[in-house]
Design a protein around this ligand. Structure first.
Ligand code: DGL
Length: 258
């Protein structure tokens, strides 16, 4: 591919479903001239309760689908797919910049005063080695509490952003941690930023809530800049949504603009 053609190619972003739109938003805000192609695999969500092998196969298929459409970089906008499949994706496509996302444990541990950091993520992310190593590497700085949230991404995928069933779920989830000195909540699944308000409300005490989307967007820009692959166009970029469940396209657009 010619350099110019490469610079003007779209950036592929994928997630198990709607969650990665929170990362897409951060990327599009930082790189407003770029074109983005977003693939949500809602027909196969949630990834976080599947086996490692299944998530690897689904991630490879999502990457292939975007590569066939000529993307110049791939953002794995899913903590679960990043922890399970990013090594394999990079081995398979060594020429392609592949940017993942991981729970923002580092800024939370470094920003706090040694108290607790509560990391919310899918069961598979928390089980994986990549996360376990990350959490262990900051345990001197903070009390890192790992909180698997089975069923939560699925609720969000079904459009529960703020309602009584979600409140009841979060109340039960947080109950054991109410008396702990929690300073930060890390949203370690890209679906969770869409329920940030419900999380803050149901945690019930002042807490700083962070996610990794800005860091991923900055890493994307660094990688493209280093290769000279940023677009030189000055017109506003476009965002195209694709989904393995076509009924999710309308909600995808709404979430992006929210
Ligand atoms: N959004 C994904 C993540 O960041 C996973 C949600 C799921 O499909 O379980 O982990």
């Amino acid at each position: 591919m010619e350099q110019r053609e490469r610079q003007d190619a779209p950036i592929g972003v994928f997630d198990s479903g709607l969650g990665g739109i929170s990362v897409l938003r951060a990327c599009a805000d930082l790189l407003p001239q770029e074109d983005f192609l977003y693939f949500g695999d809602s027909a196969n969500a949630p990834y976080g309760e599947r086996s490692l092998e299944e998530v690897r196969a689904l991630s490879m298929a999502a990457a292939d689908r975007l590569l066939k459409q000529g993307v110049k970089a791939l953002v794995v906008a899913c903590n679960t797919a990043t922890s399970s499949a990013i090594v394999l994706l990079r081995q398979t496509h060594p020429e392609l910049p592949i940017i993942g996302i991981e729970p923002a444990v580092k800024p939370a541990a470094q920003g706090g005063s040694g108290s607790a950091v509560l990391v919310m993520a899918t069961p598979l992310t928390i089980r994986e080695d990549k996360y376990q190593k990350l959490a262990a590497s900051f345990c001197d700085l903070a009390d890192v509490i790992s909180l698997p949230c089975p069923g939560l991404a699925e609720r969000i995928e079904q459009g529960h952003f703020e309602d009584e069933t979600l409140d009841a779920y979060l109340q039960d989830l947080f109950r054991p941690y109410r008396d702990r000195d929690v300073e930060y909540i890390v949203l370690g699944c890209t679906h969770y930023p869409f329920i940030r308000r419900a999380i803050a409300k149901n945690f019930g005490r002042p807490v700083t809530i962070i996610d990794g989307s800005q860091g991923t967007a900055r890493q994307l820009r660094r990688q493209l800049q280093a290769r000279g692959w940023l677009t030189q166009r000055t017109r506003p970029g476009t965002v195209t949504f694709q989904n393995s469940d076509p009924e999710k396209i309308a909600l995808s657009k709404t979430l992006f603009l929210r």
